[in-house]
Write a protein that binds this ligand. Structure first.
Ligand code: DC
Length: 224
């Protein structure tokens, strides 16, 4: 059984998805972290972000490991932990360029489907309900106003000691939404059978509760 959570940048998907996974006993998979890990490596190795073939080669040479832990998911590329580095603003600014390439999306999709084959997952991203796991039993499209999303990112960056500018963050989030929604391959889109959840003004716990409720209703209806 799988739970797919999609939505725009900063809607709280990863925080919520992690808590939902904990409550229902599933493995949490943050697909954005995979695109971020590739972007980080490409920036480090000076692979041009427009070079699709170069990025495919790079991705195939990497082993991206997502490790669930008490303090959240840790991300490794091979033996190197990149959990914090992939959240760096430079990665955030460039990740949509990398995620646009059809061949990269295909490679990622194969990796993500394999992860979901082996275990029950809560997977978050942009195209999980529409492309990666179209038959996920529970699909949620999580949104929030752009003001609220920028505020949340601002607080998150500040708490980690990264300098942040609220109006710049708002612009960057709007640009990322635009790039993610307008790309040709697997754009950010709400699946037809997804439940739309607007988290503006809701607490994390309230959002988690709603998704767990959806999951329990689905389990119940399958028993009948
Ligand atoms: O969720 P996030 O902000 O960490 O995602 C980083 C970027 O990766 C986001 O701008 C779009 C891309 N992404 C994607 O295209 N498809 C996914 N399934 C997950 C993320």
């Amino acid at each position: 059984m799988n739970i797919a959570i999609d939505g725009p940048a900063g809607a709280g998907k990863s925080t919520v998805a992690q808590l939902v996974a904990k409550q229902v006993g599933f493995t949490y998979i943050d697909t954005g972290a995979m695109y971020r890990a590739l972007t980080l490596r490409a920036l480090d190795r000076n692979v041009p972000l427009v070079d699709e073939e170069g990025l495919v080669d790079l991705l195939r040479s990497m082993l991206i490991i997502l490790k669930p832990g008490a303090e959240g998911q840790k991300v490794f590329v091979g033996d190197t932990e990149v959990t914090d580095d992939i959240r760096h603003p430079e990665v955030s600014r460039n990740v949509s360029i990398v995620a646009k390439h059809p061949k990269i999306r295909h490679e990622m999709m194969v990796l993500q489907r394999n992860m979901a084959k082996e275990q029950n997952v809560v997977m978050d991203g942009r195209d999980i309900g529409t492309h990666v796991l179209p038959s996920a039993e529970v699909k949620v499209f999580l949104t929030a106003s752009i003001e609220e999303r920028a505020q949340r990112r601002y607080k998150e960056l500040q708490s980690k000691g990264h300098p942040a500018d609220l109006s710049l963050l708002k612009e960057e989030i709007a640009l990322r939404d635009k790039l993610d929604s307008e790309r040709e391959t697997a754009p950010l889109r709400c699946a037809e059978d997804a439940t739309i959840l607007d988290s503006t003004g809701l607490s994390i716990d309230q959002v988690v509760e709603k998704i767990v409720e959806l999951y329990r209703d689905t389990v119940e209806s399958r028993r009948i």
